[in-house]
Design a protein around this ligand. Structure first.
Ligand code: UDP
Ligand code: MG
Length: 332
């Protein structure tokens, strides 16, 4: 691993005030436009800044574009991961290498999170550690997406023990250096970021924004992925399903005992002309189903324990280029 244009240590600059972390997977159509807009916004802050692009194993020209940008613009850092690791890990790699002293901004590369909103995030950061951007409305979403998202957030609200995940909020947010340090102490492999952000605590504030449609390219999420994301969210965030399983087990056993008493009494009083095939088969299938589901739930957690016990690194870096914003940056 080597820097393309290393700077002599003597004129090595101080760390920037802000870092903008951007996970990128097949974003060739968006990066240039994104970079233009983010540069405009960040230059207006009058503080020094860097943008950290994380190329998450893109199959298109994302990496080439980003590396050319880094030669032209001293604000650009980039990380090329050794393969596609998924958004949460790519984000973590970017956060690990963010140099900011003051605040870190997390944003998508597809311009669905308008870079201009960052001005509001920065304006609201006094006295809080997290400023998260909350969607004002989901007008652009289909009914099914709205409904499932609603269901998911209500479920998480019920399940979350003492911590609440704000609804209609993605990863788009500003976090302070101390909140980031806290976040980075959590090295688990199953990274449900919204859950992790909520778990660290610290004062936070919401600002409202309108989410734009994708600028170019296509989303890498479909319903099957979203469903798995929801499962991931629930199982890495809470063990409540295990407890529910226990309760279902107890409840079924109680019903079985009552039903047993009923059958015995009935037989003693009225004898037993062998019948009851329908009720028997229904009960067997029902209990069998519950048992398999229960084993599945236990398995989900066991699988996670298995993955975590391997203690593998979260990602590997193929190339790292860190921005060296110079002192002139501080002059607006
Ligand atoms: N992304 C990534 N790795 C992946 C998938 C997505 O780094 O494996 C990035 C992508 O480039 C974008 C962000 O994560 O910046 C959100 O992805 P996308 O727009 O596909 O998701 P959506 O906005 O539909 O939730
Ligand atoms: Mg998107």
């Amino acid at each position: 691993m080597h820097d393309r244009n290393p700077m002599p240590a003597s004129i090595k600059s101080q760390a920037p005030t802000y870092s903008v972390v951007v996970p990128c997977y097949n974003e060739e159509e968006n990066i240039l436009e994104f970079h233009k807009r983010i540069s405009d916004v960040m230059n207006k802050t009058g503080e020094s800044w860097e943008v950290v692009y994380v190329n998450d194993g893109s199959k298109d020209k994302t990496l080439e574009i980003v590396s050319v940008l880094s030669l032209e613009d001293t604000h650009v850092s980039y990380i090329n991961l050794s393969r596609n690791f998924g958004k949460e890990i790519a984000l973590t790699a970017g956060l690990d290498h963010a140099q900011a002293t003051d605040a870190i901004i997390i944003i998508d590369a597809d311009l669905q999170d308008p870079p201009e909103v960052i001005t509001d995030l920065i304006a609201a950061k006094e006295n809080v550690d997290t400023v998260y951007a909350q969607r004002r409305s989901r007008e652009t979403d289909t009914f099914a997406k709205k409904f499932t998202a609603h269901l998911f957030y209500r479920l998480m609200e019920r399940l979350g023990d003492k911590i609440t995940i704000p609804p209609d909020t993605g990863d788009f947010r500003l976090i302070s250096r101390r909140a980031l340090n806290a976040l980075l102490e959590m090295r688990e492999h199953h990274r449900f970021m919204k859950g992790l952000f909520a778990w660290i605590g610290f004062p936070s504030k919401a600002i409202l924004y309108d989410r734009a449609p994708r600028h170019g390219g296509t989303t890498s999420f479909n319903y099957w992925k979203l469903w798995n994301f929801a499962l991931e969210g629930i199982t890495s965030y809470t063990t409540v399903p295990l407890r529910i399983t226990t309760y279902i087990g107890f409840f079924t056993a109680c019903v079985a005992i009552l039903y047993g008493c009923f059958i015995i009494t009935k037989t003693l009083l009225f004898n037993n002309p062998v019948s009851g095939y329908p009720s028997l088969i229904t009960t067997i299938l029902f209990i069998g189903g519950i048992q398999i589901a229960a084993i599945g739930i236990v398995g989900e957690y066991l699988g996670r324990i298995f993955n975590e016990t391997k203690h593998r690194p979260l990602y590997f870096i193929e190339h790292l280029h860190q921005a060296q914003p110079t002192h002139q940056d501080n002059i607006p």
